[in-house]
Design a protein around this ligand. Structure first.
Ligand SMILES: [Zn+2]
Length: 239
Protein backbone atom coordinates (compact mmCIF):
# COMPACT_ATOMS: atom_id res chain seq x y z
CA UNK A 1 0.00 0.00 0.00
CA UNK A 2 1.40 3.44 -0.85
CA UNK A 3 1.84 6.16 1.75
CA UNK A 4 1.65 9.94 1.76
CA UNK A 5 3.65 12.24 3.96
CA UNK A 6 2.14 15.50 5.16
CA UNK A 7 1.56 17.69 8.20
CA UNK A 8 -1.59 19.23 9.56
CA UNK A 9 -4.06 20.06 12.33
CA UNK A 10 -6.85 17.89 13.80
CA UNK A 11 -10.18 19.62 13.09
CA UNK A 12 -12.46 16.87 14.38
CA UNK A 13 -12.31 13.41 15.93
CA UNK A 14 -15.05 10.78 16.01
CA UNK A 15 -14.98 7.49 17.89
CA UNK A 16 -15.49 4.50 15.60
CA UNK A 17 -15.43 0.75 16.30
CA UNK A 18 -13.92 -0.66 19.48
CA UNK A 19 -10.95 1.67 19.89
CA UNK A 20 -10.45 3.57 16.64
CA UNK A 21 -10.82 7.23 15.84
CA UNK A 22 -11.82 8.86 12.59
CA UNK A 23 -9.93 12.13 12.32
CA UNK A 24 -10.70 15.07 10.06
CA UNK A 25 -7.39 16.79 9.32
CA UNK A 26 -6.48 20.01 7.56
CA UNK A 27 -3.21 19.08 5.87
CA UNK A 28 -0.50 20.59 3.75
CA UNK A 29 -0.86 19.84 0.00
CA UNK A 30 -3.83 17.45 0.47
CA UNK A 31 -6.28 19.86 2.13
CA UNK A 32 -9.04 18.49 4.32
CA UNK A 33 -8.90 14.69 4.56
CA UNK A 34 -10.43 11.99 6.73
CA UNK A 35 -8.07 9.45 8.25
CA UNK A 36 -8.75 6.41 10.44
CA UNK A 37 -6.36 6.09 13.37
CA UNK A 38 -6.61 2.44 14.44
CA UNK A 39 -6.49 1.88 18.19
CA UNK A 40 -6.19 5.63 18.86
CA UNK A 41 -8.48 5.38 21.93
CA UNK A 42 -6.32 2.76 23.65
CA UNK A 43 -4.42 4.29 26.57
CA UNK A 44 -1.04 3.32 25.17
CA UNK A 45 -1.74 4.08 21.52
CA UNK A 46 1.08 5.69 19.58
CA UNK A 47 -1.57 7.99 18.03
CA UNK A 48 -2.96 9.22 21.36
CA UNK A 49 -1.25 12.63 21.45
CA UNK A 50 -1.57 13.49 17.77
CA UNK A 51 -5.27 12.52 17.67
CA UNK A 52 -6.20 15.39 20.04
CA UNK A 53 -8.16 18.37 18.72
CA UNK A 54 -6.02 21.34 17.54
CA UNK A 55 -2.80 19.29 17.58
CA UNK A 56 -0.39 20.00 14.74
CA UNK A 57 1.65 16.95 13.67
CA UNK A 58 3.69 15.31 10.98
CA UNK A 59 1.83 12.38 9.47
CA UNK A 60 2.67 9.34 7.41
CA UNK A 61 -0.61 8.00 6.07
CA UNK A 62 -1.48 4.80 4.18
CA UNK A 63 -3.32 5.69 1.00
CA UNK A 64 -5.83 2.91 0.39
CA UNK A 65 -7.34 4.61 -2.67
CA UNK A 66 -10.78 5.16 -1.16
CA UNK A 67 -9.65 5.63 2.42
CA UNK A 68 -6.72 6.84 4.46
CA UNK A 69 -5.28 5.09 7.51
CA UNK A 70 -2.71 6.50 9.92
CA UNK A 71 0.72 4.87 9.82
CA UNK A 72 2.91 7.17 11.87
CA UNK A 73 2.60 10.51 13.65
CA UNK A 74 4.94 12.97 15.30
CA UNK A 75 3.54 15.94 17.24
CA UNK A 76 4.94 19.31 16.17
CA UNK A 77 2.81 21.47 18.51
CA UNK A 78 -0.09 20.51 20.76
CA UNK A 79 -1.08 24.12 21.65
CA UNK A 80 -1.62 22.65 25.10
CA UNK A 81 -1.99 26.03 26.83
CA UNK A 82 -5.28 26.60 24.97
CA UNK A 83 -6.88 24.25 27.51
CA UNK A 84 -6.00 26.62 30.39
CA UNK A 85 -8.38 29.41 29.39
CA UNK A 86 -12.06 29.05 28.51
CA UNK A 87 -12.26 32.04 26.12
CA UNK A 88 -9.13 31.00 24.23
CA UNK A 89 -10.34 27.41 24.05
CA UNK A 90 -13.74 28.52 22.68
CA UNK A 91 -12.05 30.70 20.06
CA UNK A 92 -9.73 27.84 19.02
CA UNK A 93 -12.85 25.69 18.64
CA UNK A 94 -14.40 28.48 16.56
CA UNK A 95 -11.35 28.64 14.24
CA UNK A 96 -11.33 24.91 13.55
CA UNK A 97 -15.08 24.84 13.05
CA UNK A 98 -14.86 27.65 10.47
CA UNK A 99 -12.07 25.79 8.64
CA UNK A 100 -13.95 22.49 8.78
CA UNK A 101 -17.33 23.76 7.65
CA UNK A 102 -16.15 25.97 4.79
CA UNK A 103 -13.53 23.66 3.25
CA UNK A 104 -14.36 20.82 0.84
CA UNK A 105 -12.51 17.51 1.13
CA UNK A 106 -9.35 16.81 -0.88
CA UNK A 107 -8.66 20.32 -2.18
CA UNK A 108 -5.31 21.91 -1.25
CA UNK A 109 -5.68 24.91 1.07
CA UNK A 110 -2.16 25.59 2.37
CA UNK A 111 -2.79 29.26 3.05
CA UNK A 112 -5.80 28.47 5.23
CA UNK A 113 -3.74 25.89 7.12
CA UNK A 114 -1.04 28.50 7.67
CA UNK A 115 -3.63 31.00 8.95
CA UNK A 116 -5.07 28.38 11.31
CA UNK A 117 -1.66 27.46 12.72
CA UNK A 118 -0.56 31.05 13.41
CA UNK A 119 -3.96 31.84 14.94
CA UNK A 120 -3.92 28.81 17.27
CA UNK A 121 -0.33 29.62 18.15
CA UNK A 122 -1.16 33.27 18.98
CA UNK A 123 -4.11 32.15 21.12
CA UNK A 124 -1.99 29.62 23.00
CA UNK A 125 0.81 32.12 23.62
CA UNK A 126 -1.61 34.48 25.33
CA UNK A 127 0.37 37.65 24.61
CA UNK A 128 -2.43 39.40 22.72
CA UNK A 129 -6.15 39.86 23.32
CA UNK A 130 -7.99 36.72 22.19
CA UNK A 131 -10.66 38.94 20.63
CA UNK A 132 -8.07 40.81 18.56
CA UNK A 133 -6.74 37.44 17.34
CA UNK A 134 -10.28 36.34 16.46
CA UNK A 135 -11.01 39.47 14.41
CA UNK A 136 -7.71 39.16 12.52
CA UNK A 137 -8.44 35.48 11.84
CA UNK A 138 -11.89 36.31 10.44
CA UNK A 139 -10.76 39.06 8.08
CA UNK A 140 -7.76 37.10 6.84
CA UNK A 141 -9.98 34.04 6.46
CA UNK A 142 -12.16 35.98 3.99
CA UNK A 143 -9.08 36.91 2.02
CA UNK A 144 -7.53 33.41 1.84
CA UNK A 145 -10.99 32.08 0.90
CA UNK A 146 -11.02 34.40 -2.12
CA UNK A 147 -13.76 36.75 -0.92
CA UNK A 148 -11.66 39.63 0.45
CA UNK A 149 -13.97 42.54 1.27
CA UNK A 150 -13.53 45.85 -0.53
CA UNK A 151 -12.11 48.48 1.83
CA UNK A 152 -10.72 51.23 -0.45
CA UNK A 153 -13.95 52.57 -1.95
CA UNK A 154 -17.69 51.90 -1.91
CA UNK A 155 -18.21 48.24 -2.86
CA UNK A 156 -21.45 49.10 -4.69
CA UNK A 157 -21.00 52.41 -6.52
CA UNK A 158 -17.19 52.58 -6.45
CA UNK A 159 -17.35 56.10 -5.02
CA UNK A 160 -15.00 57.56 -2.46
CA UNK A 161 -15.85 56.74 1.15
CA UNK A 162 -17.22 59.65 3.15
CA UNK A 163 -17.27 60.08 6.92
CA UNK A 164 -20.12 57.65 7.49
CA UNK A 165 -18.63 54.37 6.39
CA UNK A 166 -20.61 51.16 6.77
CA UNK A 167 -19.73 47.53 6.10
CA UNK A 168 -22.10 45.52 3.92
CA UNK A 169 -22.09 42.19 2.09
CA UNK A 170 -19.18 43.15 -0.18
CA UNK A 171 -17.22 45.33 2.20
CA UNK A 172 -17.22 49.06 2.79
CA UNK A 173 -20.15 51.04 1.41
CA UNK A 174 -21.40 54.60 1.29
CA UNK A 175 -24.88 56.11 1.61
CA UNK A 176 -25.92 54.55 -1.72
CA UNK A 177 -26.21 51.12 -0.13
CA UNK A 178 -29.67 49.98 0.87
CA UNK A 179 -29.01 46.43 2.06
CA UNK A 180 -28.11 45.55 5.68
CA UNK A 181 -24.80 47.05 6.77
CA UNK A 182 -23.08 47.91 10.03
CA UNK A 183 -21.47 51.23 10.91
CA UNK A 184 -17.67 51.11 11.16
CA UNK A 185 -15.49 53.82 12.72
CA UNK A 186 -12.28 55.06 11.07
CA UNK A 187 -10.35 53.01 13.67
CA UNK A 188 -12.17 49.78 12.74
CA UNK A 189 -11.72 50.46 9.03
CA UNK A 190 -8.00 51.09 9.56
CA UNK A 191 -7.66 47.82 11.50
CA UNK A 192 -9.45 45.83 8.79
CA UNK A 193 -7.24 47.39 6.10
CA UNK A 194 -4.16 46.56 8.16
CA UNK A 195 -5.19 42.89 8.53
CA UNK A 196 -5.91 42.53 4.80
CA UNK A 197 -2.61 44.15 3.77
CA UNK A 198 -0.37 42.40 6.32
CA UNK A 199 1.49 39.22 5.50
CA UNK A 200 0.20 36.20 7.44
CA UNK A 201 2.73 36.24 10.30
CA UNK A 202 2.03 39.94 10.98
CA UNK A 203 -1.77 40.05 11.08
CA UNK A 204 -1.99 40.37 14.88
CA UNK A 205 0.42 43.31 15.13
CA UNK A 206 -2.11 46.09 15.56
CA UNK A 207 -3.93 47.59 18.49
CA UNK A 208 -7.65 48.24 18.85
CA UNK A 209 -9.89 48.95 21.82
CA UNK A 210 -12.79 46.60 22.71
CA UNK A 211 -15.37 48.85 21.00
CA UNK A 212 -13.42 48.83 17.74
CA UNK A 213 -13.02 45.05 17.91
CA UNK A 214 -16.79 44.72 18.42
CA UNK A 215 -17.46 46.74 15.27
CA UNK A 216 -15.15 44.45 13.29
CA UNK A 217 -16.91 41.44 14.81
CA UNK A 218 -20.31 42.71 13.65
CA UNK A 219 -18.94 43.45 10.16
CA UNK A 220 -17.30 40.01 9.94
CA UNK A 221 -20.49 38.28 11.08
CA UNK A 222 -22.58 40.01 8.42
CA UNK A 223 -19.96 39.31 5.76
CA UNK A 224 -19.65 35.64 6.76
CA UNK A 225 -23.42 35.07 6.55
CA UNK A 226 -23.50 36.69 3.11
CA UNK A 227 -20.73 34.53 1.64
CA UNK A 228 -20.89 31.16 3.41
CA UNK A 229 -23.71 28.72 4.06
CA UNK A 230 -22.18 27.27 7.20
CA UNK A 231 -23.76 27.68 10.62
CA UNK A 232 -20.98 28.06 13.20
CA UNK A 233 -22.15 26.53 16.48
CA UNK A 234 -19.09 27.30 18.58
CA UNK A 235 -19.86 31.02 18.41
CA UNK A 236 -22.86 30.37 20.65
CA UNK A 237 -20.53 29.36 23.48
CA UNK A 238 -19.08 32.86 23.50
CA UNK A 239 -22.30 34.88 23.58
ZN1 LIG B 1 -21.77 53.76 -2.81
Amino acid sequence: MSTIQTRGVVLRGRDVGEADKQLTLLTKSYGKIMVTARGARKPRSKFLASAQLFTYSDFIIYDGGRFYSMAQTDVIESFFKLRDDYIRLCLAQYFIEVCDKTTPFNAPCDELLHLLIISLSALAKGARSPYLIARAFEMKFFQVSGVAPETARCAKCGGALTQRVRFGEDGTVCECYERPAVRVSPAALAAVRYILLAGLPDIFKFTADPGTLNEIKAAAGLFFRAHFDARINSLDMLE
